[in-house]
Design a protein around this ligand. Structure first.
Ligand code: G3P
Length: 218
């Protein structure tokens, strides 16, 4: 399973990359708003840090505007993936960008049907938002499970990967992996939480203490 970092923060991306487990980056307007500056410059810098896909989100409401923004993003670096919200205009933009050989990530997906539509339109990635569904008393993981089952039923969807997004905690990652998501995108905090276990810390402390005892006086 691939792990993407869901952030526009360069320092966070550098940290995650050092751990050797980051396969790409997703950004969105809210994550960009947290860091500010030039979105284009930030994307350029992120694309220099990872060879993996870097999602850049378009903001137009109409397909022509989305395609125009997407074409401009695609010029930044070869690993840019154009992130497009799931609307009918978004589907048209995805299909037109795919025809130009430009990869897209269809975002704000909350049902399996939305994901299936985006995949059929030619999206390279589809992003069901697990946490935001959990927030409104639904089970976001069901969408991942349904999409994984649908993808397993058909060969024609091989161009597209299921990207579990809006990940809030480590169990979301485990459950997405078990359900068959190809990718999970998460904040650095969740990536770090995934490394933690109190018995690991306790074990290190015991080994240190035993080592000190065994080597004292040598
Ligand atoms: O990148 C989109 C998605 O991961 C957003 O997550 O936490 O704002 O619902 P969140």
């Amino acid at each position: 399973m691939k792990f993407f970092l869901d952030t526009a923060d360069i320092e966070e991306i550098k940290t995650g990359i050092k751990w050797g487990v980051v396969d790409g980056v997703t950004t969105n307007p809210s994550l960009y708003a947290k860091v500010g500056g030039s979105y284009e410059e930030i994307l350029k810098e992120i694309c220099g840090l990872t060879k993996g896909p870097v999602s850049a989100e378009v903001m137009s409401d109409d397909a022509d505007g989305m395609v125009k923004e997407g074409l401009a993003f695609a010029k930044i670096a070869p690993n840019i993936v154009v992130k497009v919200a799931l609307t009918t205009a978004g589907l048209e933009a995805i299909s037109r960008l795919a025809a130009e050989g430009i990869k897209t990530n269809c975002t704000l997906i909350f049902t399996a049907n939305q994901g299936l539509m985006a995949a059929k339109a030619g999206a390279s990635l589809i992003s069901p938002f697990v946490g935001r569904l959990d927030d409104i008393n639904e089970d976001g993981m069901i969408v991942i499970q349904e999409l994984a089952e649908i993808f397993a039923n058909y060969e024609g969807l091989d161009h597209c990967e299921i990207l579990a997004a809006s990940i809030r905690h480590p169990r979301h990652v485990t459950e997405s992996a078990l359900a068959g998501a190809h990718v999970a995108t998460m904040p650095l905090k969740v990536l770090e939480q995934m490394t933690k276990h109190p018995l690991t810390d306790k074990g290190i402390a015991i080994f240190k203490s035993d080592w000190a005892k065994a080597t004292s006086g040598k």
